[in-house]
Structures are given as C-alpha cells and as structure tokens.
Design a protein around this ligand. Structure first.
Ligand SMILES: Nc1nc2c(c(=O)[nH]1)N[C@H]1C(S)=C(S)[C@@H](COP(=O)(O)O)O[C@H]1N2
Ligand SMILES: [Mo]
Length: 314
C-alpha cells in the first residue's frame, strides 16, 4: 500500500530525496538510452489510424517515455510511477461506455464502435494543477460527435463522467488507505462539452492508450487543469444540475468545478504562474515556462466564460 501523502504534492516534496533522485536518474538514463521503457500497461498497444485534426501546435512533443511513465491515475496508486507499474492486470477490452440521462436515445457504445468514429490527431498542451506540463499527441474525436448520436434534450445543462471501479484490477481502489472516493467522477458544462477542442481520446503517439493514460477511452479538455481529463470512462450522463467532481469533493477550496488554467490565480499552496515542461532541459529538467491563460487556448474558449468571475471560479 502506498504511504499516504496529501493529494497533489509533487512526489519530490514528500519522497526522501535520495530515493527520488535515484529513481529520477534511472528513468532519465532509460529515456536517454532511447529504448522503449516497457511498462506493464503497454502490453496491448495497437496502431490506430487517424487523420490530421485542427489546432496545429508548433511545440516540441514530450517524449513518449515521459508521457507513459509519469502519470496521475490514483486508481493505481498516488505516486507518478505507480500507474505504469501497477496497471498490468487492468483489462481495457472488452469495454463499453453507457451514454444516458437527459437524452432522446440512450445508448451503450461498444469499444469497436467507438474506434470506428472519425479519429483525429490532436496535439495538445496538458497542464497539471501541480505545476507541470506536457505536449501530447492524442488520437481521438470530438465529444460532440458522440453526444450527437444520443439526441441530447434541451433541458440537459451538464455532462457527468464516471471512471470504472475494479478494485481487483486497480490496486489503488483496494486496501486500507483510499486516496479518493470511487468512482472518480468529473463534469463539464454543456457548452464546454460541445466545444470543438474537447475530445475523447483513445490513443496517443499513434497507438491505443496505455492503461496508465486511461485506456481505453478518456477525456481531454486542454484549457483546463489535467484532473478534469477523467480516465477509463464507463459512463457519460447528461444532467440538469452541476455534477459532483472528485477533486472538488476532496477539497473544494483547492479544486473548483471549472478549473480553467489561470496563471493569475494561485493554488492556495503554490503559484500557478509557471510550469515545468516535463522532458525539457533534461528528462525531469528544471526548465520552467510561463503558464498561459486557458493554457494557451484563450482565443478559442475565453468567450465561454464572459461575465463569469474567473478568480472565484478558476
Ligand atoms: N480516473 C482518473 N482520471 C484521472 C486521474 C485519476 O487519478 N483518476 N488523474 C487526473 C490528473 S490529476 C491528471 S494531471 C491527468 C494525467 O493524465 P496522464 O497521466 O495521461 O498524463 O489525468 C487525470 N485523470
Ligand atoms: Mo493533475
């Protein structure tokens, strides 16, 4: 069982320094040597075909080794290396996603059907609320395309998402200490869910998602802090009231429902003005870059929040 530490403190702050450093050197050496850092969760990776999507990003991609070994997925443990190491028993197939609630045509989508959606390459920045970021080449499709198939009712105001609960395959969901309450749940307002930047991702770097990144299907909302990107989704429900969200339930003062990336609003325990680009300036390098409003997507999304107090609802 992982030792308890408060959520969202970088493991470098809580792990005895020599252990953290030796782990870091080990991972760094493996990545530098250029061999695929095989992790338990990669076993089922299969190539996926996708067409180029909109929103080109001219930024250096975060190395795949970092994207797939430095993760937050508390169902597999609270340390960054836990998801890659502890997700080998997780079975992302067979899989289905129920879409229900305030819709004219509720439907359970099988994974094969989902993989037949028009898949696009979408390279996005991802900014974790902890102060680090990556640039990830996702493969996915607009959430909107899935919603269109179930005829949302006009009365539906929000979309609620749920991660699978499988304590027998997800070691962070069993044992004495539970980091969060399960299932992990997230939500978006309908216009956020419908925004063309919002995708359901089924792959990264040209292949199906590794378990540690949320196989077989997860949400990606690039202008919000990473925790909004709920992984291994089994249920999507259209609802009238603002849904429960896991991190807000865990600590409402620190993690709001909206959680739009905002360098001007500090986390109560640290600044959000800059971020560490994982993989640049050395694998776990110290290069920090400025955090951008809405994570650099303000042109496209700021209008969703006209008239809203972004300081109170960061
Ligand atoms: N079900 C579930 N989804 C989750 C999390 C989690 O613990 N459980 N962590 C979130 C957080 S805090 C981040 S930063 C991203 C990390 O995604 P990545 O590991 O693919 O980079 O996943 C998000 N989705
Ligand atoms: Mo995060």
């Amino acid at each position: 069982m992982p030792a308890y530490h408060p959520p969202h403190i970088p493991s470098s702050d809580i792990t005895p320094k020599h252990i953290y450093l030796s782990r870091r050197n080990f991972i760094g050496a493996a990545a530098a040597a250029g061999f695929g850092f095989a992790t338990a969760g990669d076993a089922l990776a299969a190539p996926l075909n996708a067409v180029p999507g909109p929103y080109k990003l001219n930024e250096k991609l975060t190395p795949k080794e970092a994207v797939t070994t430095y993760n937050n997925f508390y169902e597999f443990g609270v340390n960054k290396e836990d998801p890659a190491q502890n997700s080998g028993a997780f079975k992302p197939t067979p899989w289905s996603v129920k879409v229900e609630g305030m819709v004219g045509k509720p439907k359970e989508f099988g994974l094969d059907e989902i993989l037949k959606m028009k898949l696009e390459d979408r390279t996005y920045r991802m900014r974790c609320v902890e102060g680090w970021s990556m640039v990830i080449p996702w493969i996915g499709f607009p959430l909107s395309a899935l919603l269109d198939q179930v005829d949302p009712l006009g009365s539906a105001k929000y979309v609620a998402f749920e991660t699978v609960v499988r304590p027998e395959e997800m070691p962070g969901q069993s044992g004495l200490f539970q980091a969060l309450t399960w299932p992990y749940v997230e939500g978006l307002r309908m216009d956020e869910a419908r925004h063309p930047l919002t995708i359901l991702a089924v792959g990264l770097y040209g292949e199906t998602l590794p378990n540690q990144n949320g196989a077989p299907i997860r949400l990606v909302v690039p202008w919000k802090y990473g925790f909004k990107g709920i992984k291994s989704i089994v249920k999507i429900k259209l609802v009238e009231e603002q849904p429960q969200t896991t991190w807000k339930n865990s600590n409402a003062r620190e993690y709001g429902f909206y959680s739009n990336v905002n360098p001007a609003v500090d986390h109560p325990r640290w600044s959000q003005a800059t971020e560490q680009r994982i993989g640049e300036g050395g694998f776990f390098g110290t290069k920090r870059v400025d955090t951008l409003p809405f994570n650099g997507y303000a042109d496209q999304v700021a209008s969703l929040y006209t008239g809203m107090d972004l300081r109170a609802n960061y």
